[in-house]
Design a protein around this ligand. Sequence first.
Ligand code: SF4
Length: 489
Amino acid sequence: MVRSDSAGNGGDAMKEHCGVLAIYSMENRPVAERIVKGLAALQHRGQESWGIAVPGEPILKGLGLIGQGADANAKKILSFTSNRGIGHVRYSTRGRTTLENAHPLDIRGEFAIAQNGTIANTEDLESVVEKEFPILGSTTDTKLAGYRLLQHYRAEHDWTRAFHKLSKELSGSYSFVMITHDGEVLAARDEAGYRPLCLGYDPDTDTHIVASESCALTALHADLVRDVQPGELVSLTKDGLKITKFAAASRHYHCPFEYTYFGHPSSKIDDHYVYNARRKLGRVLARKYPFKADVVIPVPDSARPAALGYSEESGIPMEEGLMKDRYRRKGSLRSFIEPTAKSREEIVREIITIKPVVDGKDVIVVDDSIVRGTSSRNIVQSLRDAGAKKVYMVVTFPPIRHPCYMGIDFPTREELLANKADGETLNVTDLNSKVAREIGVDGLGYNDINGLSEGIGLGKDEMCFACVTGEYLGLKKDPVLRTREEMKA
Ligand code: SF4
């Protein structure tokens, strides 16, 4: 039986984003330590909390990083003897980071579930779930989806059919991993394929692994078998691996932000390496925006391959002009996924300028995105403080003008710099000038959708651009646009 350590139903309706992992050892070897190792490799996808569910044990959860949590719970984790289990690392779109909201979540002792993604139409699920389970009250989107899945499973007695029914009701993105009370491990990816999910295998230990990204497979010395295709359900039991199709879509909506920022550079997502995509995006930007300067520098860490690409294409040398101070408290964390503006700024402050690289020089800064503009403004200022003469910036992701309802945290329009700069009505050239003034650079070059497609290698008809265009084509219904206050209510 899988049950939770935590009491209650969680907090207000929150969106979940994160890294998921599932492991099944066919040789009956304990997997808890490997879950910890795999989650550590997915840590870039969420640093606020972690959780592990194995059969026969309460769900183990903690706040903060999995490495610290595993150290503090080493004895307990080493006592887990199960040959299968699931794990999760999380970041939230709201300020609240609570143990109750950490995944995996227990669904009435029937299964534990963890998600990467966001269900955009929770209001449609609430009434139908609460009719049967009035104890729920307000809850997370994952918990609502889990309870709805339980209802379908009880009616269908078959997971593929249950997911088929659920998929018709859910609007949004999800990559789920689950472990049932009788020990079946399941993983499902929504039919649009917003968030990544891949399948791996370690032949030395006859172990199947499902993970958000292939970097977790690498850490576990397993081979990448293939991506879990959108609409597929992976089932792992003592009889082995079974894959079924529970839903199909007319086209896919892979998220390009996974390639420019979110994914690990070593990962291969939907058949394209993140590192290669970033490097090529830099080349695309160099052709599109041939700024004249002395040096190209990346904003660490995501933009490094793109800066290399820009440098290769332009012939301008690349140097490390900005460095994260890994020895200070927040140096190694990622600013975008920090929940508050204050904590984001703390991270930026702990990016150190290397004076001899930029002093007296014209500098091209390569960044992955401009969301709120906070980080960019501070970085530009610190470069000027260090003596940079001219500062140009090129950005691998196009102007983000609209919120994402499919799993990335830029939830409301008023937070988006491109939108504040009247982005919706301006063409990219005018927007470049306006945002350049906002963040204090001498020239700015945003990528566009064509450049994104060229750099990543996926067709424009295979990706989502809703945060760029405002057209939520991959959702089954139009999202409810909420203000920041409503999001927090
Ligand atoms: S809206 Fe933007 S961030 Fe969200 S899934 Fe689509 S492309 Fe990715």
